[in-house]
Design a protein around this ligand. Sequence first.
Ligand code: ZN
Ligand code: ZN
Ligand code: ZN
Length: 181
Amino acid sequence: MKKLLIKILSLTVVVTSMLFVGTACKGLLKPEIDLEPEHVCEYTKTVVPPTCTEQGYTLYQCECNKSYQDEHVAALGHSFTNYTSNNNATCTEDGTKTAVCDRNDCNVVDTIVDPDTALGHSFTNYTSNNDATIEADGTKTATCDRDGCIEMDTITDEGSKLVHNDNGGGDFDIEDPDWMD
Ligand SMILES: [Zn+2]
Ligand SMILES: [Zn+2]
Ligand SMILES: [Zn+2]
């Protein structure tokens, strides 16, 4: 009876110690794995916004230098809103206007036709062509005032018709200063 009890007791000890050893083994093995851990990438996200011409994306980077891009976003395209006239319209041709892209750090310029800016000719200083007759008004001609324009305009010189001189019937007029010369 006593023998049996000892047997049971010792068996219990053995089983317990085996359990202990098992636990101890596990406890020993685990740190061994941790000493040389298999690298699992941990990525940090950096959002790179799109620009006028380049698409945006999210950059994923691990400290082991592995990286990749994802979540691409289309390029924005330029934004031209504030056009300034180049003051180069002529009498017959529309001028141009230029804008600089509104977006940060983009200096791309856009020059387009500025519609309906042609100036039209400017005729102000008309000179008589001295071609008036007794029957009809003469004409007068002006050259366009604007720089570089040689367009001429000839129109009727209203009221220039020569007044018929009854005195002497076409003979020399003593008072005529032209004749005096
Ligand atoms: Zn990594
Ligand atoms: Zn731009
Ligand atoms: Zn002109």
